[in-house]
Design a protein around this ligand. Structure first.
Ligand SMILES: NC(=O)c1ccc[n+]([C@@H]2O[C@H](COP(=O)([O-])OP(=O)(O)OC[C@H]3O[C@@H](n4cnc5c(N)ncnc54)[C@H](O)[C@@H]3O)[C@@H](O)[C@H]2O)c1
Ligand SMILES: O=P(O)(O)OC[C@H](O)CO
Length: 327
């Protein structure tokens, strides 16, 4: 919708012939975005090659677990010099790679330099209503980030650039873990104090892991960090928050995922972040407790008690770590 509003011709690729027909005939996609009416500049096809072969830019927006497969299948059809922007907020569970790493591995080498990530607080339900939204695009090459900025920016969709691909991707992926935790806390009946604690201490552990993985800690104070963390932990639109809420009310993970019918990125990302924390020797207490709740059957209340009963520590411990390492 944003791209079509900016005067671009947009071709959506989808797997479901039924959804593609609905988009072309009625200009709606009721299953995924019930309130939206798609502009005339948007058409849909089930033919991936036809969707991408004439494109100047390709936006990769499948759930993260599908990104490698879809990019691999699209790659032979891409034009030289195409711009590839992704907006998937997750990590590859088997390899623990970020999405731009996965995409680069699947593209012909020269296109690897033309990959950008778009992230930030941007629930689709609000963007399609043209509610003011701010996001960030990151690419190693500033010119590439500016090209992506030019494509998307408009009066209701403000786009910043940032050279920190690692930080922007990790911020977008890791906030979903904390949003699951915030939903869980609400589902247990805890209040706003608990949620503020999760957001703040969640940001601390995102920053700690992110820094060890090469991110600029300042990125986590930006849209892809605290911005997306706040919106995902507090918005009823969030699938991660909603999944956590139902878990907190006693539903099983299996039932929650079956009923959601859309991706809950935080579940797989919890697994990936748990392993990354071990690999990098970083403390991530909220992620560790959520891992135990999701995959080891720990009762959510016990997880909260254990978080509250941790050894005393200094609030700025992670910032001190960053400062010392920079000296
Ligand atoms: N929904 C949002 O507001 C929003 C905002 C910013 C970023 N994101 C990110 O974008 C990504 C997609 O999110 P979404 O909300 O569109 O998810 P979704 O669950 O609504 O699914 C998006 C589409 O992906 C398709 N899909 C699912 N598995 C696939 C596969 N294996 N191969 C090909 N297609 C597949 C689905 O059929 C659907 O059409 C996620 O990483 C999410 O974090 C979402
Ligand atoms: O619905 P969620 O929880 O996947 O969040 C969607 C976006 O990431 C919000 O910026």
């Amino acid at each position: 919708i944003v791209l079509a509003d900016n005067g671009h011709r947009v071709t959506l690729w989808g797997r479901s012939a039924e959804t593609v027909d609905e988009i072309n005939a009625r200009r709606t996609n009721r299953r995924y975005l019930s309130d939206a009416v798609l502009p005339a500049g948007v058409t849909a096809t089930t033919n991936l090659g036809a969707a991408v072969s004439a494109a100047d830019a390709v936006l990769v927006v499948t759930p993260s677990h599908a990104v490698r497969d879809v990019v691999r299948r699209a790659a032979p059809h891409l034009r030289d010099g195409v711009l590839v922007v992704h907006a998937a907020k997750g990590l590859e569970t088997d390899t623990l790679k970020r999405m731009s790493e996965v995409i680069r591995e699947e593209l012909p080498a020269p296109l690897g330099r033309r990959v950008a990530v778009l992230s930030g607080p941007s629930h689709a339900e609000e963007v399609c209503r043209k509610s003011p939204t701010t996001v960030v695009v990151a690419a190693e090459d500033h010119g590439v980030a500016q090209e992506a900025q030019d494509l998307f920016i408009n009066a209701y969709f403000r786009v910043y650039t940032n050279p920190d691909v690692v930080g922007v991707e990790l911020g977008g992926a890791l906030k979903n873990i904390i949003a699951l935790g915030a939903g869980l806390s609400d589902g247990l009946g805890y209040g706003d104090n608990a949620k503020a604690a999760l957001i703040t201490r969640g940001l601390a552990e995102i920053g700690r892991l992110g820094y060890r993985m090469g991110a600029n800690p300042l990125t986590f104070a930006g849209l892809a960090g605290v911005g997306d963390l706040v919106v995902t932990c507090t918005s009823r639109h969030s699938r991660n928050w909603r999944a956590g809420y139902r878990l907190g009310q006693g539903a099983s993970l299996e039932d929650v995922l079956a009923q959601m019918g859309m991706v809950v990125e935080g579940v797989r990302t919890t697994k990936a972040a748990y392993r990354l924390a071990k690999r990098y020797g970083v403390e991530m207490p909220i992620t560790e407790q959520l891992y135990a709740v999701l995959f080891e059957g720990k009762p959510p209340k016990q997880a909260v008690e254990e978080l509250m009963g941790r050894d005393r520590t200094h609030e700025w411990e992670w910032i001190v770590q960053v400062r010392d390492a920079a000296r």
